[in-house]
Design a protein around this ligand. Structure first.
Ligand SMILES: Cc1ncc(C[n+]2csc(CCOP(=O)(O)OP(=O)(O)O)c2C)c(N)n1
Length: 594
């Protein structure tokens, strides 16, 4: 053990967890990007020693498989993902506690209540309990650091993965962190143990029994664990809270006694009973589902909760205050409610100026296809003004849904799936194989912008570099399509006419056709064609055709009284030329630099 002390720092929850892993001597870190978990792995790539493997995986299932393989090889391992990622990894997740570990395995799952950037709201604690693993829930960055560090030890103690469950406010808020001593991690190596590591039914049955035997012992262990803490104040009201809800409760009703649970699976039943017996009224304040409330009720304890607090969306000091007022716990409600925070001005998400995803959706709307979308920046093809998407479900679902539509006999319009490059490699390939195998009449448009743009531009197997900016082999998406049996047509999405012709021709074909758009994400630093554009006001007749693109650089010039002319904000214009190509008056022209 080497001891290195670091100064107190202000860290995001995700950054603090990264330090927790580094200081616990983590050897292998894998994950798949997803808000609000992404920064944990990205930050680890910056701070972890070079000999620690830090890598993005193709998807969350692969990431978890890799971490389990590493943990069985005696290396402390961390996996990061967002809540829906755990659904993708579910198969391995449910069997991982039966296999156990040979060095600590920590699974960071970040939930997104309020769906800031997600297709649904899920409470991952249920999936922790479903698998029968310890679930740690930090309530600030200091705890993020400590809990991850301790989770590795707990994982080794219980021979089981440990889940760290955070929510957006914990992962994305900064608070001061005192970092402790760093352990130097080593990998013990792999020792054959088929009876434990091979899940043949004959061995899995024994694994299941081992798993069931340890569950009651884990309950005993959490009863006295310091992460669960009773804070006795007034006996009038006792609140049970975890994570971010704990902070709101302390803020809104500082006089209440609080049982703060840092471990939410299994629950410390005696501790809860004991706390309940000391207060006149017991209320659970928790974000998302009534997970604690229902479990506590099932222990025969009288408790209230979701009658007063919302189940959908994030909690806030305001909603906790209102809930406690409804419960009659906070007196003088008028006084309490005096200050209401107006909240930020809503700004709907938009595709960036010059985004290469725009033209395919313009074309699809124009030709009137049924469009099965997928998850990524291009999901905004569903919003105004493009309005060119009919379904969107989960990562990688677009191609399967298109096949389903075709097999259901939909014939009145062409059936299309649109999918990003990262999403195609994550979960789209099996759908394409299926489409070819089942001879579905669909067109797949792979929107290849060379990055995972939606989550901030992470590399993926189709980029030639990894998270540590090292050169790595690149998986060629066109070759993947060829291997599956489809010859893709590659098109430049900044060429409106060519994109139109190519997509139209693809939709006229029988069987599976694939079109790949090939322009990099516009967040790449340079201007696309090196020039920005302006509107010649004399020529613009205000037809609004350019407004159909939904480009944030395009607005109205109000200097003409008779008619509104288009105007381009040259600071935002990326020079993609799409609006210029569409303008019937040829009024959009490059700015001539003197
Ligand atoms: C199962 C799952 N994992 C991760 C995410 C987070 N996420 C949303 S879209 C996306 C990928 C976007 O990349 P790409 O498909 O290349 O499209 P782009 O945003 O670059 O247009 C990711 C990782 C998610 N929503 N669901």
């Amino acid at each position: 053990m080497a001891s290195v002390t670091k100064p107190r720092q202000l860290l995001l929850g995700n950054e603090a967890m990264a330090w927790g892993a580094v200081d616990a001597g983590v050897r292998v870190v894998t994950g798949y990007p997803g808000t609000p978990s992404t920064e944990a792995l990205e930050y680890l790539a910056k701070i972890a020693p070079e000999d620690v493997a830090v890598q993005w995986a193709t998807n969350e299932k692969v990431a978890l498989d890799e971490a389990i393989g590493a943990a069985l090889s005696g290396a402390r391992s961390l996996v990061t993902m967002k809540h829906v990622g755990l659904n993708v990894a579910m198969d391995a997740w449910m069997t991982s506690p039966l296999v156990g570990v040979n060095a600590g395995l920590v699974v960071l799952v970040a939930d997104d209540p309020g769906m800031h950037s997600s297709q649904n709201e899920q409470d991952s604690r249920y999936l922790g309990r479903f698998a029968g693993v310890l679930v740690f829930e930090p309530s600030d960055s200091q705890e993020c650091y400590q809990f991850v560090h301790s989770a590795f030890e707990a994982s080794e103690k219980w021979d089981s993965p440990v889940m760290i469950r955070t929510t957006t406010r914990i992962s994305h808020s900064s608070s001061p962190v005192s970092l402790g001593e760093a352990e130097i991690g080593t990998a013990k190596g792999f020792q054959r143990n088929p009876g434990k590591y091979v899940m043949l039914p004959v061995y899995a049955r024994a694994g299941r029994l081992r798993h069931l035997e340890r569950l009651p012992k884990m309950v005993e262990w959490v009863e006295s664990h310091p992460f669960n803490q009773e804070e006795m104040r007034s006996t009038e009201i006792g609140v049970i809270a975890t994570g971010t809800a704990y902070q709101y409760v302390r803020d809104v009703i500082p006089e209440a006694s609080v049982l703060k649970l840092g471990i939410t699976n299994p629950l410390p039943e005696n501790m809860i009973r004991n706390f309940a017996s000391k207060v006149n009224r017991l209320i659970v304040v928790e974000e998302s589902e009534p997970y604690l409330e229902d479990t506590i009720k099932s222990l025969g304890i009288i408790v209230e909760g979701k009658t007063f607090f919302p189940r959908a969306g994030e909690l806030s000091s305001q909603s906790v205050r209102i809930g406690l007022q409804k419960a009659g716990v906070l007196r003088n409600p008028l006084e309490e409610a005096k200050y209401t925070w107006p909240g930020p001005v809503l700004r709907p998400p938009l595709l960036c100026p010059g985004c290469p995803h725009v033209t395919p959706f313009l074309v699809l709307r124009e030709i009137g296809a049924y469009v099965n979308g997928d998850i990524g920046c291009y999901t905004l093809g569903a919003s105004e003004p493009l309005m060119a998407m009919d379904t969107c479900l989960a990562m990688g679902s677009s191609i399967g849904m298109a096949v389903g539509m075709a097999k259901a006999g939909v014939r009145d319009k062409a059936i299309v799936a649109t999918i990003g490059d990262s999403t195609f490699l994550h979960g789209g390939i099996p759908g394409l194989i299926d489409a070819v195998w089942n001879n579905a009449d669909i067109s797949v448009i792979i929107l290849d912008n060379g990055t995972t743009a939606m989550t901030g531009g992470q590399p993926h197997p189709g980029t030639a570099h990894n998270v540590r900016a090292a050169s790595v082999p690149r998986i060629d998406i066109a070759e993947v399509c060829r291997a599956v049996g489809v010859e893709p047509v590659v098109v430049d999405p900044y060429d409106v006419g060519a994109t139109h012709r190519t997509i139209l021709a693809a939709t006229k074909k029988r069987g599976v056709s694939v079109v790949i758009t090939n322009r990099p994400c516009v967040q790449a630093p340079e201007k696309i064609f090196g020039r920005t554009y302006e509107v010649e006001l004399q020529r613009c007749d205000g037809c609004q055709l350019c407004m159909n693109i939904g480009c944030p650089a395009l607005g109205w010039d109000l200097s003409f009284n008779d008619l509104r002319r288009a105007r381009i904000d040259s600071d935002q214009c990326s020079g993609c030329t799409v609006c210029a190509q569409l303008c019937p008056q040829s009024a959009i022209v490059p700015i001539i630099q003197d």
